[in-house]
Design a protein around this ligand. Structure first.
Ligand code: PMP
Length: 407
């Protein structure tokens, strides 16, 4: 187990210390959502027990405290991804919400008939459907960077597709179903040489590796709090100031205005222009605790430890006959997808569940990936900092047992 301050990290996660069906829980569905450390759970209770109030509006003490805490998280997020300014950090509901915000506002401003939006073959549905919707509304076309059988993007094809019609490129940093780590820095460099902005989906990246928006020079970056040990219902959209200022508001309502008459509204400055209505105050404030948790361990340590787990799991899986890994890119992280000859992933998943092991089966919101590999779905395991080699051993033994039942 990952030892931190003389104690296994997992001791800080109460949800990991339960039994399901009388078996100790092995939680390998971290790409879907992570469990929460005590610090985050306690911060949520503390918030509702003390400074609970609406932000940015009240003259009273509690409202000022809550507003300050909310803005403290914005500063922490900015530092976490090395954003130049905290006002370039917009709070959203999550990755999906952030992508919809950009697809809608960017599309409204910059997409016209004949234009192209370029995504990749391994996008989560949340980085496909919002672009389909806006392309449909604006008469633009959605095009896809293809991948090879290993689940690696074809960079030559990317350059070929990147013609003058492309108005924006939107790609994932790490695939949630294949584990592929994409060469996003290179993608951004190539796109920027043609003055084309790039949105990065960092939902499977920020909890595993250091993401530096200035290093990458991405124009937009989105991720979710719940996949990085934080609460559900909060996400981040980072956008370069110049872009966020150029885009129109997404939703209208309270907080995003400076003044309103029935004739005309003057919009608020960044970041408030994009934060209409009462946000998820509790989740925004307690996301700060999750960031502290990650920072205290150190992303380099997390990355090193998780890489070991990942390699260990691949090695152990290689000894099981009939197991085929889907996604064999040279650079992978987070998730391992597999299928087994003669057994359906769902049936294996059900049996593993009864043995206390939480995995995910199906298309993982990446149906086009499954179509590409001509499979209905995979069985996916995905790791977090609290997982152990012993858990992988339990998983491997249980998988073997499930296969002897099924095959
Ligand atoms: N993109 C990727 C790569 C993801 O893994 C996920 C979550 N599975 C999402 C987007 C969507 O995130 P959320 O559901 O938190 O909006």
């Amino acid at each position: 187990a990952f030892i931190y301050r003389g104690e296994p990290i997992r001791n800080q996660f109460p949800a990991l210390h339960q039994s399901v069906y009388g078996k100790p829980l092995v939680y390998f569905d971290n790409a879907a959502t992570t469990q929460k450390p005590n610090a985050v759970i306690e911060a949520i209770t503390a918030y509702y027990s003390t400074i609970n109030s609406n932000i940015h509006r009240g003259v009273h003490y509690l409202s000022q405290e809550a507003t300050e805490a909310y803005e403290v998280t914005r500063n922490s997020v900015a530092a976490f991804i090395n954003a130049p300014h905290a006002y370039e950090v917009i709070f959203t509901k999550g990755t999906t919400d952030g992508i919809n915000l950009i697809a809608d506002t960017f599309g409204y401003s910059y997409l016209n008939p004949g234009d192209t939006v370029l995504i990749s073959a391994m996008e989560h549905h949340s980085n496909i459907v919002p672009w389909q919707i806006i392309c449909g509304k604006r008469g633009a076309t959605l095009k896809v960077i293809p991948m090879n059988e290993s689940g690696e993007l074809l960079m030559d094809e990317f350059e070929r597709l990147l013609d003058d019609h492309v108005k924006i490129v939107a790609v994932t940093m790490v695939s949630n179903s294949l584990g592929t780590v994409n060469p996003v820095a290179e993608i951004i460099k190539i796109a920027h040489a043609k003055n084309i902005p790039v949105l990065l989906d960092a939902a499977q990246a920020v909890q595993h590796t250091k993401v530096d928006v200035q290093d990458l020079d991405c124009d937009f970056l989105v991720f979710s709090g719940h996949k990085m040990y934080g609460p559900t219902g909060i996400g981040v959209l980072y956008g370069k100031e110049e872009w966020l200022n150029k885009l129109p508001p997404y939703q209208g309502g309270g907080d995003m205005i400076k003044s309103v008459t029935f004739e005309v509204t003057e919009y608020n400055d960044l970041p408030f222009k994009f934060e209409a209505g009462t946000p998820n105050i509790e989740a925004a404030i307690t996301l700060n605790t999750a960031i502290d948790f990650i920072n205290e361990i150190g992303l380099e340590n997390i990355e090193r430890f998780e890489r070991e787990l990942y390699q260990y799991a691949l090695k152990q899986l290689s000894f099981i006959q009939g197991v085929r890994i889907i996604g064999t890119a040279a650079h992978r992280s987070g998730a391992i997808s597999l299928v087994v000859d003669g057994a359906h992933s769902y049936d294996i998943g059900v049996l593993l569940d009864k043995m206390g092991i939480a995995v995910r089966t199906g298309h993982h919101c990446t149906q086009p990936v499954m179509d590409f590999f001509e499979i209905p779905g995979t069985l996916r395991i995905s790791f977090a900092v609290y997982n152990t080699k012993e858990e992988i051993d339990v998983f491997i033994t249980s998988l073997k047992r499930a296969l002897t039942i099924l095959i």
